[in-house]
Design a protein around this ligand. Structure first.
Ligand SMILES: CC(C)(COP(=O)(O)OP(=O)(O)OC[C@H]1O[C@@H](n2cnc3c(N)ncnc32)[C@H](O)[C@@H]1O)[C@@H](O)C(=O)NCCC(=O)NCCS
Ligand SMILES: Nc1ncnc2c1ncn2[C@@H]1O[C@H](COP(=O)(O)OP(=O)(O)OP(=O)(O)O)[C@@H](O)[C@H]1O
Length: 285
């Protein structure tokens, strides 16, 4: 079968729809340790599922604008400046929709770069390569960093690469961890929700998540990584033993107030690329 992997340049609205749907799918996925899901707010007392849904909808124009820009401006300083301006306008719309809460800052960053990539290139490798090149270019109009920003503090204190490092490296945790985990779990007969939960857990075993580092320090990060690895070692969320290990991890994150926000963002990024893959190969197993 011929697989068509052309860039979807002419369809910024479609790419924005896929990005927003990836955010809704990640938010609704349940049960996620520490994160907002259909059961409640997890470790985020200031967020609800309805707020995440409103935030995802508020970001739709930003994703369309990222795609539009990448389809019309060549990869380089001018495109980076445009994407930076779109991202900052998106963040403003997000906090207007949520009453000031940072619901999707990391997700907007990852999915904004990837919608740009998908508008300009075809095929996963080329899309993440484009997104990485964009992320590596200096953001000329960026304001001075907020010295109190949680992610910045965690990065400085613990030397984590954070969301920017993940993007500059070409989203290795999305392509080498989350997508293979998703595909493997499906191939083993897991339900779609179980496959997505296993992909989230696979990310949680590996990502140096500044959300976890900020709230729990290296010990908090290590404990959550070990808890996620235990679920997968028990057979994943399609098995009774895996579900019991997930319940234990869920209890631990609730008690310790820990949330893997970075892994959640990277799961949304993986679901976005997975949706593109299924458009290119609609008959895949
Ligand atoms: C680079 C960004 C994320 C800066 O944010 P910050 O300094 O707070 O980064 P930090 O790494 O701490 O994480 C921010 C968020 O990313 C997620 N995250 C945390 N750790 C990781 C990780 N290892 N990998 C991926 N995502 C992560 C979390 O949700 C976290 O809350 C970004 O907001 C930014 O620079 N925006 C400017 C506008 C722009 O250029 N946008 C372009 C695309 S629209
Ligand atoms: N389902 C989800 N629940 C909670 N956070 C999520 C979810 N999905 C993605 N995230 C990501 O997690 C991050 C949550 O923000 P974070 O916890 O770092 O907020 P903060 O305001 O910087 O810190 P804190 O909440 O510790 O005060 C967001 O950037 C968002 O992209």
């Amino acid at each position: 079968m011929v697989t068509v992997t052309a860039p979807i340049a002419a369809q910024p609205t479609l790419l924005a729809d896929l990005a927003v749907e990836a955010l809704h799918a990640e938010a609704r996925l349940t049960p996620k340790p520490g994160l907002v899901d259909r059961r409640g707010s997890g470790a985020h007392a200031d967020m609800t599922l309805a707020m995440l849904a409103a935030s995802a909808e508020a970001l739709r124009p930003a994703f369309a604008a990222c795609a539009q820009a990448a389809a019309s401006i060549p990869l380089g300083a001018a495109l980076r400046a445009r994407i930076g301006a779109v991202g900052r306008a998106g963040e403003t719309r997000m906090v207007q929709a949520t009453g000031g809460v940072n619901t999707h800052r990391g997700a907007l960053w990852a999915l904004g770069l990837l919608t740009a990539g998908a508008a300009a290139r075809g095929g996963i490798e080329a899309i993440v390569g484009f997104a990485a090149e964009l992320a590596r270019l200096p953001d000329a109009d960026a304001p001075a960093p907020d010295p109190r920003a949680h992610g910045r503090l965690a990065r400085l204190r613990y030397g984590a690469a954070g969301a920017a490092g993940e993007a500059r490296a070409g989203f290795p945790h999305v392509t080498d961890v989350a997508l293979p985990a998703l595909h493997n779990a499906r191939a083993q007969g897991a339900t779609e929700d179980q496959a997505r939960l296993d992909a989230l857990l696979a990310l949680m075993t590996r990502v140096d998540d500044t959300c976890l580092l900020h709230r729990g320090g290296p010990a908090g990060l290590t404990a959550v990584q070990a808890g996620a690895a235990a679920v997968l070692a028990a057979g994943g969320t399609a098995t009774g033993a895996g579900q019991a290990a997930l319940a234990a991890l869920d209890e631990h994150t609730a008690r310790a107030g820990l949330s893997p926000g970075g892994s959640a963002d990277l799961l949304a990024a993986a679901l976005f690329l997975d949706a593109l893959e299924s458009m290119w190969s609609p008959c895949r197993p």
